[in-house]
Design a protein around this ligand. Sequence first.
Ligand code: ATP
Length: 313
Amino acid sequence: MDISKQLLIFVNPASGKGHALKEWNKAKPILDKFNVKYLVIMTQYQNHCHEYLLKEDLSNVYGVVLVSGDGLPHEAINALYARSDWEQISQSITIGVLPGGSGNAFAKTLTKLSQLECNSESCALLIAKGMTRQMDLILLEMPQKKVVSFLSLAYAFISEVDLGSESLRFLGGARFDIYGTWRALFQKKYQAKYNNQQMMFRYFLAQKIPYISDNYLSAPAAQIDDGLIDVQYLEDGDWSQLVKLSLKQYDGSHVEIDEQGNVKPKGNWKYEKVKEYTFEPITNCPLSIDGERYPPQPVKAKVLHKILKVFCY
Ligand SMILES: Nc1ncnc2c1ncn2[C@@H]1O[C@H](COP(=O)(O)OP(=O)(O)OP(=O)(O)O)[C@@H](O)[C@H]1O
């Protein structure tokens, strides 16, 4: 890593409860103490960060830091991946995050792996110390678009909770608890094809990292660099199964892992580790990709192994 270059720090004033600037102010003294060079950009509008990273000369940049929820890293990583010089950028630029939004799964995962608390001071320390790891991304090919995902693709229950609770952003992370409880009580079923098999789903979630937000360890067997995607789903099943399982996702106890690291089967609840999959929604329910809304459409997913550098011990 060439620290004679600088970090680009994007602060999203519109994320979560609007606390991103406060979180940045907690991190700034730590970066200053370590004499880190940086340029701060307050994002002015949706896609500002994407436009900047797609077009600007990044030859003087060694890291991109997102102070926001999980939406801004999704935007940033996709902009970098879409550049013609991505191969070189994937070697020279490292991604860092500070938890400034309502869903901070990325910050939670990187701090947890580094055995740190998930807060802005820990994230700043990770960035200032400059240790990096290579992580996987998931390439999602859709009819009109290719997207890379660092977190998840959700349909049915999780997609409804993620996207349906957007108007409750002012509640911060509590939006998922409140809206999720309501949706678990009044469940819907959704038709889709998973690997060409048509099923009726109550729940479908494919993840790259173990957390889906700061306090939901939804895929405890997931690893950032194992070359695999953790897919969980619940077919039809009974109503109470989803209620019980969603309550246990706080600490990951809905999944039992044996000494070899394999997930033990649990009734109708399926947990598979795959290198690729296909998914085709049939019911009109949007897809949530890294927490962002995408119209229902067929998706081909495959892992891009160890393709992104992140600040992590
Ligand atoms: N100044 C701005 N005004 C409005 N939207 C913005 C602004 N800056 C960035 N955005 C957009 O805000 C969106 C949400 O980003 P982010 O993930 O940081 O917030 P969040 O509230 O935590 O969301 P999530 O719950 O998905 O984590 C992104 O799509 C980004 O483009």
